[in-house]
Ligand binder design. Sequence first.
Ligand SMILES: Cc1cc2nc3c(=O)[nH]c(=O)nc-3n(C[C@H](O)[C@H](O)[C@H](O)COP(=O)(O)OP(=O)(O)OC[C@H]3O[C@@H](n4cnc5c(N)ncnc54)[C@H](O)[C@@H]3O)c2cc1C
Length: 382
Amino acid sequence: MGEWVGREAGVSREMRVAVIGCGVVGAAIAYELSQVSGLDVIVLDQRPPAQGATRAALGVLMGVISHKVKGRNWRLRQASMQRYETLIPELEERTARVIPFNRQGILSLCFTLDELPKWEKLVGIRRTQGWLLEIWTPQQAEAHCPHLNIEQVTAAIYSPQDRQVDPTALTLALVSAAQQNGVAFQFDSQVIGFESKSDQSVLPLCRNLQTSKGPVSVDWVVVSAGLGSTELIAAVEPPVEIGPVLGQALQLKLDAPLGSLDFQPVVNGADIHLVPLGRGGYWIGATVEFPPETMVKSLADLKPDDERLADLLKGAIAYCPALAKATLVKKWSGLRPRPQRQPAPIISPLASYRNVILATGHYRNGVLLAPATAQAVRQAIT
Ligand SMILES: Cc1cc2nc3c(=O)[nH]c(=O)nc-3n(C[C@H](O)[C@H](O)[C@H](O)COP(=O)(O)OP(=O)(O)OC[C@H]3O[C@@H](n4cnc5c(N)ncnc54)[C@H](O)[C@@H]3O)c2cc1C
């Protein structure tokens, strides 16, 4: 892209893009935009990077194994899966950081026979789309993963091309790579509102962001503030609401890794993920708890719910009994940003401004969808 002609007539300069929020979505957008010439990108966050939902995420990238087969959601998933294969080595090389990225796939356990026809159909669809998905018998699952209790298992779906990534390591690498490409990051800087200018005949342009550290002039604004997005754009008609869905998770430690050392996929049983971390470490999660029970606006209002966590662990032990002997390393929770009355995620222009793009509300799949979201924002801006 060539130089952009600034709003002062005849002045040629770079176009200033402000990205609000530095979770995995904002960081991915910053890195993507850092590769476009003619852009001057600044990322603003009220906290350090990867402190919102991203900090709590397990990083399971459910692409091929998801039941989305067409439309926008599948296109985003597919684009992200493809981009991840190049993104991780690219970031590791540029930043000299290690990003834990599990390439051994996802194994999902079925506990009833009724589920099988829908999986068989999905296997056929994925084949035509060029993706692999296998249906294993319980015995095959046990042969590959001897640590699993297959008593109640009717089949297992193995998705070799799905992945898992450490969301914090990924976000920090994206920030570092974007910084190398000239992106500015301003942390501890809360965005409070937009200052606009309208010539009455058309939608207003946001000219400045008001922040806790003073005004920031902008040509484009990308709102990737997760749960913070609602408050930021509260004045907009119709309002865009994003509500919290609580997720709690655990980290356990065993003396040695479970099953075979050379096959450590993510296992999913009854929507409980068992995520191998290496050296006998595992994440287990996460609960999906909807308001009103969890009508909390911030993590500060949250207290760990030991009962729900005990149920989570019980569910994991049911399909992987060896976990009963593990020690608890830590427990944590996070709030997933879920759009109200519209599907996740929201990637669209804000209705009341000409130069504000929403890239938010990624709910349960923000880590998966971050690369494709970044590509969509790049397309919208350039
Ligand atoms: C327990 C749990 C498990 C999950 N597991 C997975 C998984 O396995 N796979 C997956 O793909 N997804 C998973 N998710 C979902 C995923 O975490 C989210 O979809 C994703 O992190 C959203 O990223 P984000 O960057 O949009 O939001 P966030 O990470 O919440 O980042 C938003 C940022 O905006 C900043 N901000 C907000 N308001 C303002 C403001 N006014 N001014 C400045 N900064 C502001 C915040 O400080 C924050 O840093 C999980 C979520 C949870 C809670």
